[in-house]
Design a protein around this ligand. Structure first.
Ligand SMILES: C[S@@+](CC[C@H](N)C(=O)[O-])C[C@H]1O[C@@H](n2cnc3c(N)ncnc32)[C@H](O)[C@@H]1O
Length: 295
């Protein structure tokens, strides 16, 4: 079987986000009005911009796991607009994550386009977002007319996702916000005979379910992909997997996905942040996008 070409998906024109520079294990980003510095293990090259520009950032996430506010006018929370959504970004102690993964934007765009293609076909398409975090993909799918089931093991992440729903004025959107272990939830859905048109999953390398269930991607991802095969229609369904593991490769994702989905269209590759004004492009994660044989 010939290996598929590797696809580079670059984040599109999202005015609220800019990758200003990266290098020496760090990245300088702009989220709305705020300029932040965060660690970036893949940025092995040298940064391009004047060091004074880095020094002018609002805050930096330090190796001690804390945000150092470099400027007094740095708010702990602020909002970002994305395609009609209002998303809350935060500087939370102990985490370098601010509430959105900008490199996921090509997935959000693809979800919108895919759902637009099936819009008006009777019942709303059903979407399952596993490891859904703050719900950008969930709200994007709901805004595109889907009924969405969002599963995450973290109560604070679910509360943040609901806040994004409120801020976006989407209180009536057909979203099920579920606090659950992704693996257990999928097994239960299969027993219930449920089916989804589109499944998104972006598992961490390591995580815990709400009752302490251990998630280790290298031990469980193959079994989870196998289970997902029973939740999507082999002809009209689609699955989008994203992995951030440094040791993973596009060919690994290809083999993993083909194991569970031998037929149908398959794209694998990297999610890349496009740099501003000559800043190097930054590869951040890998993805596999499978769509049923009817596609
Ligand atoms: C990398 S984040 C996902 C980011 C998300 N795709 C996005 O674009 O916003 C991983 C999420 O997995 C959740 N998680 C970790 N272990 C889990 C488990 N066993 N079951 C369900 N969710 C889990 C974490 O709470 C976290 O919100």
């Amino acid at each position: 079987m010939s290996e598929p070409p590797r696809v580079l998906l670059e984040h599109g024109a999202w005015p609220a986000y800019r990758l200003l520079d990266c290098g020496q294990g760090r990245k300088l980003e702009q989220f709305g009005d705020l300029r932040l510095i965060r660690g970036e293990p893949k940025a092995w090259w040298r940064p391009r911009r004047d060091p004074r520009e880095w020094a002018a950032a609002h805050a930096e996430f330090g190796e001690d796991g804390r945000w150092m506010r470099m400027r007094a006018d740095t708010p702990p929370r602020w909002t970002l607009a994305y395609e009609g959504l209002t998303l809350e970004a935060r500087l939370s102690s102990g985490s370098k994550h601010v509430g959105v993964f900008p490199e996921q934007e090509p997935h959000w765009r693809w979800v919108r386009e895919r759902l637009a293609a099936v819009k008006g076909a009777g019942t709303p398409p059903s979407v399952l977002n596993l490891f859904g975090y703050t719900g950008v993909a969930t709200l994007t799918a709901a805004k595109a007319g889907a009924a969405v089931t969002h599963v995450d093991a973290s109560k604070p992440a679910l509360a943040w996702a609901r806040e994004n729903q409120r801020l976006s004025g989407m209180g009536d959107a057909p979203v099920r916000w579920l606090l659950d272990d992704a693996f257990k939830f999928v097994a239960r859905e299969i027993r219930r005979g449920r089916r989804y048109d589109l499944i998104l999953l972006d598992p961490p390398s390591f995580g815990r379910g709400p009752r302490g269930e251990v998630w280790k991607v290298e031990n469980q991802i193959a079994d989870l992909m196998d289970l997902l095969r029973k939740l999507v229609d082999p002809d009209s369904g689609a699955v989008v997997l994203t992995l951030y593991n440094l040791e993973a490769s596009p060919l690994m994702l290809h083999n993993l996905t083909r194991d569970a989905f031998p037929k149908g269209a398959l794209e694998v590759g990297e999610l890349v942040l496009g740099g501003d004004e000559g800043a190097p492009r930054l590869p951040l994660s890998l993805f596999a996008r499978w769509a049923g044989a009817a596609d």
